[in-house]
Design a protein around this ligand. Structure first.
Ligand SMILES: [Zn+2]
Length: 74
């Protein structure tokens, strides 16, 4: 039996909807490597957010995130 990889929203803990290892909903997935001037130099931090938690997070920004039209659709 094939083991399906599961993904969870790091914020609310909800399981991300997946089918055959393809994400079937809007998620915000990030993996960021901190640089030399950071106290986390050399660490790579990653997390996934469901679209709802992403909207809640960005809604708390003092300056809204930039939104532009994608040149290529994924
Ligand atoms: Zn969430």
């Amino acid at each position: 039996m094939k083991k399906e990889k599961k993904m969870y929203c790091n914020c609310c803990g909800r399981e991300i909807l997946m089918e055959n290892e393809i994400v079937k909903e809007g998620i915000f997935s990030v993996e960021y490597q901190f640089g030399y001037f950071s106290e986390k130099d050399g660490q790579v931090h990653g997390f996934d957010l469901c679209e709802e938690c992403y909207d809640k997070m960005t809604a708390g920004f003092k300056i809204p995130c930039t939104v532009s039209e994608a040149r290529e659709y994924l």
